[in-house]
Design a protein around this ligand. Structure first.
Ligand SMILES: Nc1nc2c(ncn2[C@@H]2O[C@H](COP(=O)(O)OP(=O)(O)O)[C@@H](O)[C@H]2O)c(=O)[nH]1
Ligand SMILES: [Mg+2]
Length: 219
């Protein structure tokens, strides 16, 4: 299993001209503000303070780049869907995100973080659309799973699975940064995206009681 002992903050960008050189590979983390994106990044990299977590939604307005190893990056995209930011600023983010997705050659895949209690918002679907337009695979983390009982979490997972496009490009799992649930699976999914061997859903396949596809299936 990969360990990111050398992970470090690389740079922040507030405009397409500020992106680091477009070489190597990177995976972008996207999600609604406050969904738990920074906490997920910290849990996956095992670095508590790497991506700042906040109780103040909308605080992260920049694209933040972290280097896992030379040529392998993780990208923390600005949170979307926060109502209290002025329209002009929201437009700037939208343009920045669309430009990033349209032009970034080293982008290999997206991890979309959704609160398991409020999954698949309109903005989440827009994000899935951005990725699919580029033909990029997506792995969905249904986070804060600790907030639901096992049965409710399993039901939410099934509902999201049914609601996602069945084009073999999207996979989904339960996750909790707080409880440490699903961290190895999320790390495996990140590695697979970086390596171009995404773990695909098997819609007609056997039940998956762990809530996660085993690495390697269909990939
Ligand atoms: N219970 C619980 N709370 C979480 C979890 N992940 C994040 N949070 C909390 O949700 C809030 C937003 O988290 P953050 O990672 O900053 O979200 P971001 O805006 O998507 O980056 C913070 O108060 C976190 O402590 C989780 O897995 N379980
Ligand atoms: Mg954040």
């Amino acid at each position: 299993m990969a360990s990111y002992s050398n992970v470090r903050f690389l740079t922040s960008a507030n405009a397409l001209g500020q992106l680091p050189p477009d070489a190597g590979v990177e995976v972008a983390f996207a999600g609604r503000s406050n969904a738990g994106k920074s906490s997920a990044i910290n849990a996956i990299t095992q670095r508590k303070g790497l991506a700042r977590t906040s109780k103040n939604p909308g605080a992260t307005r920049l694209i933040n780049f972290f280097e896992l190893e030379t040529g392998r990056r993780l990208v923390d995209l600005p949170g979307y869907g926060f109502a209290k930011v002025p329209g002009e600023m929201r437009e700037h983010w939208g343009t920045l995100l669309q430009g990033y997705f349209a032009k970034r050659a080293s982008l290999r895949g997206t991890i979309v973080v959704m609160d398991v209690r409020h999954p698949l918002t309109g903005h989440d679907r827009d994000m899935l659309g951005l990725a699919s337009t580029r033909g990029l695979p997506v792995h969905v983390l249904l986070t804060k799973a600790d907030k639901l009982g096992r049965g409710a979490a399993a039901a939410a997972l099934q509902a999201v699975r049914r609601g996602l496009p069945h084009d073999g490009a999207v996979s989904v799992q339960l996750f909790s940064a707080l409880a440490g649930q699903g961290v190895p699976q999320a790390r495996a999914a990140l590695e697979a995206l970086l390596d171009g061997r995404h773990i695909k859903e098997t819609p007609a396949g056997p039940a998956d009681p762990a809530g996660v596809n085993k690495p390697g299936i269909g990939g």
